[in-house]
Ligand binder design. Structure first.
Ligand code: LLP
Length: 426
């Protein structure tokens, strides 16, 4: 008799019976440990440091509370994420507000809440933020997002720092950059803190961050020669998670040390006024801690492959279809059974591309068995859709043999809650 797969000491078969499938379960201790590991590693004798969790990877009230307890800051990118953070008790001063096209309402909400900093993306946004701050009499600190043009090795959809990326002001557009600094400098309500950059996702090579840091250092030196102080650098996220055996992210300690040594090196070499460095990991905090449990439905053979259908799919994990992301899976009730077949794990959505795993080596599987797909903690729930009228799965945090439901299953009634029949007065 084999052991059943467990997460956080919780038997996944019993959990699946209790809350149904598909379900997304997080190992809460792994989340806490990962945050503590980063916080301990991201320290330097000559620099102040701060870790900021990128909420876009996965956000809900329970996650906000873990982030807060771990002493991290939180990065939000919309009024929706900001509302979640505030409602869940995140101190506004420890929130960064990001986004390339924040609406005036979102900027006003950020000012109103008194967030720690607004990460300003472009020149028109600088102007709008300055005028809103004056109008509302709300001061704010601002980081200016720049695009250093560093292309980290990654899938092209995920790169955000190509020179033609939609994020930040390109470092090739110095005039615009200095116009933005002048705009921030001229405002009585805004304080320019420093530069922000984000060079991509699933980065495994510290040299990519060193290249980013060098670009920020060149820019900061130039800005300081023009009379602007640049005490803060926010280097963004992009730290890799281990999805399959082929992924080999360097240890957190190694990458943090490389980053901070490069920052301190540039500070010394160029006599910069840099005081504080921030990083914004998302995926590497939550990715590996999450597992999706599905029930196996029908099995079907074609001349080319053996399909194994599960009761979810691209609605709860769009990443394989969108980025050709790779995942691995385990049969929950016999996790160590040797593989006997190669299955194509496909979802239940009306879309041929709804394939979660192209080639999954598994024992011969039966309808009704449970299948765990690993490393689904980042950008699965947050990118989930209701395609085909599917509800989002429940989310469970498991720790020390106990499970707690932190997001309940989205039921058909939830999907219908927006229905209405109202006249519109124009
Ligand atoms: N900071 C900024 C400004 C970002 O744009 C991002 C991610 C992060 C931090 C966090 O990056 P991470 O450490 O999680 O790589 N949907 C894609 C990922 C898009 C990431 C966008 N920005 C995916 O599923 O892979």
């Amino acid at each position: 008799m084999e052991d059943v797969l467990q997460i956080g000491g919780v038997d996944l078969r019993r959990l699946a019976r209790a809350v149904g499938t598909p379900l997304l379960v997080y190992d809460e201790e792994a989340l806490r440990k990962r945050m503590d590991q980063y916080a301990a590693a991201f320290r330097h004798p000559q620099l102040e440091t701060q870790t900021v969790y990128a909420g876009k990877a996965f956000l809900c009230g329970a996650m906000v509370r873990l982030v807060d307890e771990a002493g991290w800051w939180l990065d939000v990118v919309s009024g929706g994420e900001l509302a979640c953070a505030l409602r869940s008790g995140m101190p506004p001063r420890r929130i960064l507000f990001h986004g390339n096209n924040k609406t005036p309402a979102e900027l006003a909400a950020a000012l109103d809440a008194g967030v720690g900093a607004v990460v300003v993306d472009n020149l028109p946004e600088c102007r709008r933020l300055a005028s809103l701050a004056r109008q509302l009499c709300k001061p704010a600190a601002a980081l200016l997002r720049v695009n250093p043009g560093v292309e980290a090795h990654t899938h092209q959809y995920i790169v955000t720092a190509h020179l033609d990326s939609k994020f930040g002001i390109s470092m090739a557009r110095r005039e615009e950059l200095y116009a933005a600094l002048a705009e921030l400098g001229a405002s009585d309500y805004l304080t320019f803190l420093g530069f922000h950059a984000h060079i991509g996702s699933q980065i495994t090579d510290p040299a990519a961050f060193a290249a980013e840091i060098q670009q920020l250092a060149i820019l900061s030196q130039e800005a300081e020669q023009r009379g602007y102080q640049v005490p803060v650098w926010d280097l963004g996220g992009g730290f890799a998670a281990r999805y399959t055996q082929e992924d080999n992210p360097p240890p957190v300690e190694e990458i943090c040390r490389a980053i901070l040594d490069a920052c301190a090196g540039q500070k010394a070499e160029r006599s910069l006024s840099l005081k504080r460095v921030l990083i914004e990991p998302g995926r590497s905090v939550v990715g590996e801690a999450g597992t999706t449990v599905y029930t196996v439905g029908w099995l079907k053979s074609t001349p080319a492959r053996e399909y194994l259908f599960v009761d979810g799919g691209m609605a709860d994990n769009i990443r394989p279809a969108l980025y050709q992301a790779q995942y691995r899976c385990t049969p929950v009730e016999r996790p160590t059974a040797p593989p006997a077949r190669t299955y194509t794990v496909a979802g239940k959505c009306c879309e041929s591309g709804d394939i979660l795993i192209q080639e999954a080596p598994l024992p011969a599987m039966k309808t009704g068995e449970l299948l765990a797909v690993h490393t689904t903690g980042a950008y699965c729930y947050s990118m989930a859709s209701n395609y085909n009228g599917l509800g989002r799965p429940p989310v469970v945090f498991a720790r020390g043999g106990k499970a707690r439901l932190v997001l309940r299953r989205e039921e058909p009634e939830d999907l219908l809650r927006l229905e209405c029949e109202e006249g519109i007065s124009l």
